[in-house]
Write a protein that binds this ligand. Structure first.
Ligand code: PLP
Length: 358
């Protein structure tokens, strides 16, 4: 008699595997599996959220007017060039829904962010994965060569999750110049605040490239540096017609009132954000140096995590971390991503890593 039909495209969709919380055990435990900020939200955001908690029986401002105004001012762009959604992953989903037909191709590096293959397959498009270099960087040459007449989108992840290296602004620009004007280049800058030497996060990164090109979009999020992962808010800075298409696709009332006020207040508390990020960056430097001194090969990281290319030993090494109360993010057969957390958590990471012979 049959049963309700589910689209064939979904057969190809892997399920998103979220970072696990640490297994309960004795001693302190640390969740270093999801690249979260260990310090919580910014003080002004917390204040705003407390105040807004009294009105959660109301729908949020559907136009997210204050959020768009604050972002427009920060980036020096018209609000029409912005599109916010429930995290920058949602923005990417909306973007692909807006531009991809079934059978279209989306090019991205691999290994990169695991949301990409899911998002691409959900719209019935075909992923074209271009291997990263031996030092875990985007192979921009090969990515440009992978563009075909079916290619609608290329995603650049900088810094690259989960491997760590960033792409320089000059290299992004050179790449964009090689891409046909009808192919969208999405630059996912989820970790831009952690890049050193520091990028001007308000006006720099790939934002100047967006200003000059009708086919370039930058994605930003409040989930990492700003510590709002649980509230779900991210956005695109894009050419006006692209931003408008993304806003059409987005769920109405998607970004909650709490998320809107927290994001706005966070933009007004950036000194604290920068202090916290600076400390995490110095911890990253310490962890990278400690791992290398212990004999590990670790690619450069410009984000709030490091990548251990553990290959076939991945699950064993992950188990060794778990046993000590450190939850990490293993990618079986490939490597392990370890978030930079509290100082004590990072101490423990180094201790465990030193104990594993390399
Ligand atoms: C964390 C992350 C995001 C942002 O996720 P949100 O949906 O905004 O929480 C986007 N891109 C990459 C590569 C990430 O690692």
């Amino acid at each position: 008699m049959g049963e309700p039909r589910i689209r064939d495209a979904l057969d190809q969709v892997p399920e998103y595997r979220a970072g696990k919380p640490p297994a309960p055990g004795s001693g302190p435990s640390y969740k270093l599996s999801s690249n979260e900020n260990p310090y919580g939200m910014l003080p002004r955001a917390e204040e705003a959220v407390r105040e807004a908690a009294t009105r959660v029986h109301r729908y949020p401002d559907m136009g997210a007017r204050l959020l768009y105004e604050a972002l427009a001012q920060r980036h020096g762009v018209a609000p029409e060039r912005l599109a916010a959604a429930t995290g920058s992953v949602a923005v990417l989903y909306h973007l692909l829904q807006a531009v991809c037909e079934p059978g279209d191709e989306v090019v991205y590096a691999w290994r990169s962010f695991e949301a990409y293959p899911i998002a691409v397959r959900l719209v019935g498009a075909t992923p074209v994965e271009v291997p990263v270099t031996p030092t875990a960087e985007h192979d921009l040459e090969a990515m440009a060569d992978a563009i075909s007449p079916r290619t609608r989108v290329v995603v650049l992840c900088t810094p690259n999750n989960p491997t760590g290296p960033a792409i320089s602004g000059a290299d992004v620009l050179a790449f964009v110049r090689r891409v046909p004007a009808d192919v969208l280049v999405v630059v996912d800058e989820a970790y831009v605040e952690f890049v050193r030497p520091a990028v001007d996060t308000a006006r720099g990164g790939a934002l100047p490239i967006v200003a000059d090109h009708d086919n370039v979009v930058v994605l930003r999020t409040f989930s990492k540096a700003y510590g709002l992962a649980g509230l779900r808010v991210g956005y695109a800075v894009a050419p006006e017609r692209i931003a408008s298409a993304v806003r059409k696709v987005a769920l109405p009332f998607g970004v909650s009132d709490l998320a809107q006020v927290a994001a706005v207040a966070s933009l007004d508390d950036e000194d604290v954000m920068r202090e916290r990020v600076e400390h995490l960056v110095s911890e990253r430097t310490r962890v990278l140096a400690g791992l290398r001194a212990a004999g590990w090969f670790v690619p450069d990281s410009q984000a709030n995590f490091v990548w251990l290319p553990t290959g076939a030993e991945t699950m064993d090494v992950a188990a060794a971390f778990e046993q000590r109360g450190v939850s990490v993010r293993p990618f079986p057969g490939d490597g392990i991503r370890v978030t930079i957390g509290e100082d004590e958590a990072n101490d423990l990471v180094l201790e465990v890593a030193r104990g594993l012979s390399r």
